[in-house]
Design a protein around this ligand. Structure first.
Ligand SMILES: C[S@@+](CC[C@H](N)C(=O)[O-])C[C@H]1O[C@@H](n2cnc3c(N)ncnc32)[C@H](O)[C@@H]1O
Length: 378
């Protein structure tokens, strides 16, 4: 078992660093930033856990410290966690404001190339679905300058029972991917592609991963009444070139769109679509599939975590939720942050993927559970 370094919540209760109060914060400011500096300078990948309110702890950390943040704050009015905290406000407008204060700090401590993934559920009041996740997302863009790149729909596949007689069961939650700048943020799309099936040679002819051999396209071109002789010649030539690329494994798959044959997959307006222009000018175009496979979609089917396994924590999220975000948007030597880390799922995945991480929570009890989980891993 590896020795775990300075985790405030791993200390005996009388030595733990409690959340800084307003009055003490001057004294404590250098404390957390020194801990972070020491932590970052070490080789050790074990997470650093800090106990306190997300907003106050983050205020003590230097700007541009993290490459990646993923978190799931408490939802409004849903659950009572061990140490109070955000989510218990009487009205949701105050909840949104409180959350935005933490998110402002996340923006400050995230590097310009960093990514922030926010999983947050919605709530009802007087039968109204409030749209809280989108209210927060829009305020983040308006007030703090975040750029929203994706909304992932987390389909939980199976949900709890719903006794309401006048609405559907709620079974999905959004996960937003935000960045600080619209260009130049870290994104490794190749790390999340599904491995493509390979092209094969069948009876001496090359056949793409999904069975395209070019024979049908060739016949369609030769018999076409919508293409001129010159257009036919250049379409056949381009098709041969593309099959060569498949043969040389530079392309796993493709589709050919030929004037008058296939339904187009774009707007027909030539002013908005280059493909529409190609079809008009040349009589054909290709859809090339990426040789390294396709990227995941923005709908993820992931079963919720079985919280029975966790001591006294109500809402851990499943580790699978963190994998695509971390692979795609956290560099291998990057530093991960979760300011509402609970039982430390984000930190656990960071540890498994060889990234250093910091977890913050108001509850020492949950941090103990987080340390225990990461210790079992080692
Ligand atoms: C939805 S849970 C996070 C669960 C976590 N993703 C996991 O997998 O275990 C939200 C957490 O936020 C913590 N919390 C509530 N208010 C907080 C605050 N102001 N600052 C930091 N943590 C807070 C709660 O104690 C709870 O553990």
């Amino acid at each position: 078992m590896k020795h775990m370094t300075i985790h405030t919540s791993a200390l005996p209760t009388d030595q733990r660093t409690e959340p800084p109060s307003q009055m003490e914060s001057d004294v404590l400011i250098p404390h957390f930033s020194t801990q972070l500096t020491e932590y970052v300078s070490q080789q050790d990948l074990d997470p650093l856990f800090l106990c306190g309110s997300g907003e106050e702890v983050l205020q003590t950390l230097p700007e541009s410290s993290f490459d990646f943040c993923m978190t799931s704050p408490p939802y409004w009015g849903k659950r009572q966690y061990a140490n109070g905290g955000i989510g218990l406000e009487d009205n949701y407008e105050v909840y949104i404001e409180n959350l935005l204060k933490v998110i402002e700090q996340i923006h400050r401590v995230l590097k310009p190339t960093g990514s922030f993934w926010l999983n947050i559920g919605d709530s009802y009041k007087n039968k109204h679905l409030l749209g809280i996740p989108w209210q927060i997302a829009l305020e983040m863009r308006k007030r703090q300058g975040w750029v929203l790149r994706n909304q992932v729909v987390w389909n939980k596949v199976k949900g709890g029972p719903c006794n309401s007689k006048d609405k559907l069961r709620n079974i999905h939650e959004p996960i937003f991917h935000f960045v600080k700048q619209s260009k130049g943020y870290y994104y490794n799309a190749d790390a999340i592609r599904t491995t493509p099936r390979k092209a094969q040679v069948i009876n001496g002819a090359i056949v793409s991963a999904t069975g395209v051999s070019g024979v049908r396209y060739r016949r369609q071109i030769e018999l076409s009444t919508a293409l001129s002789d010159d257009e036919k010649k250049s379409a056949l030539h381009a098709l041969d070139n593309l099959l060569d690329e498949v043969r040389q494994s530079r392309l796993a798959d493709f589709r050919m769109i030929i004037r008058g044959q296939q339904r187009t997959t774009h707007s027909d307006s030539e002013s908005v679509s280059g493909r529409a222009r190609d079809l008009k000018d040349k009589g054909f175009y290709f859809l090339r599939y990426h040789p390294k496979g396709s990227k995941p979609s923005d709908v993820w089917d992931i079963l919720p975590e079985d919280s029975q396994k966790r001591k006294s924590h109500f809402a851990p999220y499943p580790s699978d939720l963190c994998r695509i975000p971390m692979l795609a948007t956290c560099p291998e030597n990057g530093i991960v942050l979760d300011p509402f880390c609970g039982t430390g799922t984000t930190n656990l995945v960071a540890r498994q993927m060889g990234r250093k991480s910091v977890g913050i929570d108001v509850s020492n009890e949950y941090l103990d559970a987080a340390i225990e989980r990461c210790r079992i891993l080692i």
